[in-house]
Design a protein around this ligand. Structure first.
Ligand code: BF8
Ligand code: SF4
Length: 664
């Protein structure tokens, strides 16, 4: 018989109170969750540290002090670098393939071959055409859409030269990529080449493998991810701030609850539209429900949150728990970060698990495939399947945690620019000025996953709190954004927890010091923000000059590594938590920090201790500020906890200053 879950167990698992409540339900009902399995399934220490190779059937070869080489002679450095390179290739492939599907949907929409999907944001389309040097003069929106889509599709198979969006990076960065032979050719080419190089008996120099890892990752940041973001904006609208609810407590007892989970925005966008149709609402009522309540998990949640204000029921580790409420009629999944366990969890309740991508099938799920030419028909079918399931709810078996937070999402790069001056004067000048005069010390991106080998949301949220208190602006994406949202940090009221300088800026604009900029592909928005800050002037002439750091404290996915690497290749110091997948090789570890810093100005480090993460982040920001000559901080001592001055303090200070001046 399993031991009863204790309060201490729960504290070690998550800081999300709703998750704690539902973990007790899992225990009560004897249902396995990732939290529990992470305890039961011990990671193989050799594989975890990157010291196991299974690239051919002479192995698998496990490197130990007694057996320092695999059967082919490969050493731990080669093996660790090869494993890492493949992980980055898989991550980049995931974003690339997501981007490719978006490009094909844009092509179909431009040719009038879609049902319900049309070009929504013509302004964004024109901006994107501009980036691609596509002449828009005298062309219809559809013609421009078609040309943009075809150009993107070409980028996948491009054999020579750089991918189109490289031209969006700061000039100096582009030059550096050229000099260092890092310009990514086609997306497919770099990813395939990584698979080739890491086949048995090909590239055996860890330095060379890591070099190609950086080039591959650039096909993600300035390729797959960036075009996925842009096409989603063109088709479904560029986000601007929108209020939504967060946490599983947003599910409603009297409505049909439908969860969209995964990463692609297309089906979920159509479902949002269809769920507002009178016939669909009437159908829900005919089954005894008061309406339809849509909510998201993971990055599909972020997509519909950013554009439609649809609430998020939680992040990666909330997916199984959401079904445990007993109140989910359907969980509709597309691709990536979908736990295979969902089918089993769903079996214990009435929940229907619906797969929708031709690429992602799960035994035990119902498959209703998304096709852009029948997008609305599919969306309605999915909704009706969920509605039909409402009467099957087991009334006594519902656990709805009584907690819900408010969040504001939708901080696209375009909106961040707009909020600093309006339609005609929007620019990054105010942000750059605030950084230069020290009201804002720097910018930190807190992104990425949950990992049940760590306490859910704990590192993400504590780092965000710490940095805003030190006048560092936080931008967040992916599951990091949802973690902050569940803790109520994505609302302007959070400015009360910010340092005085950052608070002043947030007060002037009316924003939270923690800005949710979107899903994981939307990390590309952070690249655009960083580039615009460079172009605005005063903070150096490359992304590597900015007082900025990228953090991924609770990572688990290969996509996170691809993102980390493209930030590094773009010049950003990037720190991951949890543990290192190359810990077995000191050389590879050094090459990815010192080596990469020399080569591209950014470095990648794995630091599980958040205290050290804070120290290193502050140290880096201080160093960058000093190099820019902007070390002065008018209102307090950077790095120390600042005490806010009230009017009496100010008068006292002024008196002292007057006295000091008189005595000179
Ligand atoms: O792409 S943060 S757990 S959901 S991989 Fe997955 Fe990680 Fe969440 Fe979004 Ni990103
Ligand atoms: Fe072992 Fe070399 Fe084969 Fe890897 S490639 S499994 S190290 S023999």
């Amino acid at each position: 018989m399993s031991k009863e879950i204790t309060t201490q167990d729960l504290i070690n698992m998550t800081i999300d109170e709703t998750a704690k409540e539902l973990l007790k339900v899992a225990e009560r009902d004897g249902i396995s969750t990732a939290f529990k399995r992470a305890i039961e399934v011990k990671p193989c220490p050799i594989g975890r540290d990157g010291m196991c190779c299974k690239h051919c059937f002479m192995g698998p070869c496990r490197i130990t002090p007694k057996t320092p080489n695999g059967v082919c002679g490969a050493d731990v450095d080669t093996i660790a670098a090869r494993n890492f390179g493949r992980m980055v290739a898989a991550g980049a492939a995931s974003h690339a393939d997501h981007g490719r599907d978006m490009a094909f949907i844009l092509l179909a929409a431009s040719r009038g071959e879609t049902e319900g999907i049309k070009i929504k944001d013509v302004k964004k389309l024109h901006a994107v055409a501009g980036h691609l040097n596509i002449d828009i003069h005298g062309k219809t929106t559809e013609k421009i859409g078609e040309e943009v889509a075809l150009r993107f599709i070409e980028d996948f198979g491009r054999q020579k030269g750089g991918i189109s969006y490289i031209s969006r990076a700061p000039k100096k960065r582009q030059e550096l990529w050229k000099q260092r032979n890092l310009l990514p050719r086609g997306l497919d080419r770099e990813i395939v080449e990584m698979m080739h190089r890491t086949h048995m008996g090909v590239d055996q120099d860890p330095k060379s493998l890591l070099h190609h890892t950086l080039r591959t990752s650039l096909t993600d940041g300035w390729g797959g991810a960036m075009l996925a973001t842009d096409v989603s904006d063109i088709l479904y609208g560029t986000p601007s701030p929108v209020r939504a609810k967060m946490s599983v407590g947003l599910l409603k007892e009297d409505e049909v609850n439908i969860i969209v989970h995964g990463h692609e925005p297309s089906l979920s966008e159509m479902m949002v539209i269809a769920s507002q149709e009178p016939e669909i609402i009437a159908y829900a009522k005919s089954k005894g429900a008061n309406g339809i309540n849509m909510a998201g998990i993971c990055c599909t949640a972020n997509e519909v949150l950013m554009r439609q204000g649809i609430g998020s029921a939680g992040n990666f580790l909330n997916q199984e728990l959401t079904i445990l409420t007993g109140a989910v009629e359907a969980m509709v999944v597309d691709v990536q970060c979908i736990m295979e366990s969902l089918a089993d969890v769903a079996k214990h309740y009435h929940t229907k698990l619906i797969t929708s991508s031709p690429k992602a099938h799960i035994p035990g799920a119902i498959h209703i495939e998304f096709e852009e030419e029948h997008a609305m028909t599919v969306a309605r079918k999915v909704l009706r399947t969920a509605i039909d399931n409402f009467p099957n709810r087991k009334k006594g078996a519902i656990t709805l945690p009584d907690y819900v937070s408010e969040a504001i999402g939708g901080f696209s790069h375009e909106y961040i620019k707009y909020m600093q001056g309006g339609t005609y004067r929007g620019s990054f000048r105010p942000l750059n000025d605030a950084i230069m005069d020290g009201r804002i010390q720097g910018v930190v991106g807190i992104v990425g996953c949950n990992n049940p080998r760590d306490i859910q949301d704990s590192a993400i949220v504590s780092l965000a709190r710490e940095f805003i208190s030190r006048d560092i602006l936080v931008v967040t994406t992916g599951c990091g954004g949802i973690a902050c949202g569940k803790q109520g940090m994505l609302v302007p009221e959070t400015m009360a927890a910010a340092g005085p300088g950052l608070r002043e800026v947030c007060e002037a604009i009316g924003i939270s010091p923690v800005l949710h900029v979107g899903s994981c592909v939307d990390n590309s928005r952070i690249l655009t923000i960083a580039t615009d800050m460079v172009k605005e002037g005063g903070l150096g002439d490359d992304i590597s000059d900015l007082p900025a750091v990228g953090l991924c404290p609770e990572w688990m996915s290969e996509k996170a590594l691809a993102i980390g690497c493209y930030f590094v290749a773009s010049g950003v110091y990037t720190i991951f938590g949890v543990g290192s997948p190359v810990a077995g090789s000191e050389n590879v570890t050094r090459m990815m920090s010192e080596g990469w810093e020399q080569e591209v100005g950014g470095k990648l480090e794995f630091i599980p201790d958040t205290k050290v993460v804070i120290e290193k982040t502050i140290e880096h920001i201080t160093r960058k500020r000093k190099a820019l000559g902007i070390t002065e901080y008018a209102k307090g001592k950077f790095g120390a906890q600042k005490v806010l001055m009230d009017m009496a303090d100010r008068r006292k200070l002024e008196d002292e200053q007057k006295k000091a001046a008189a005595s000179r």
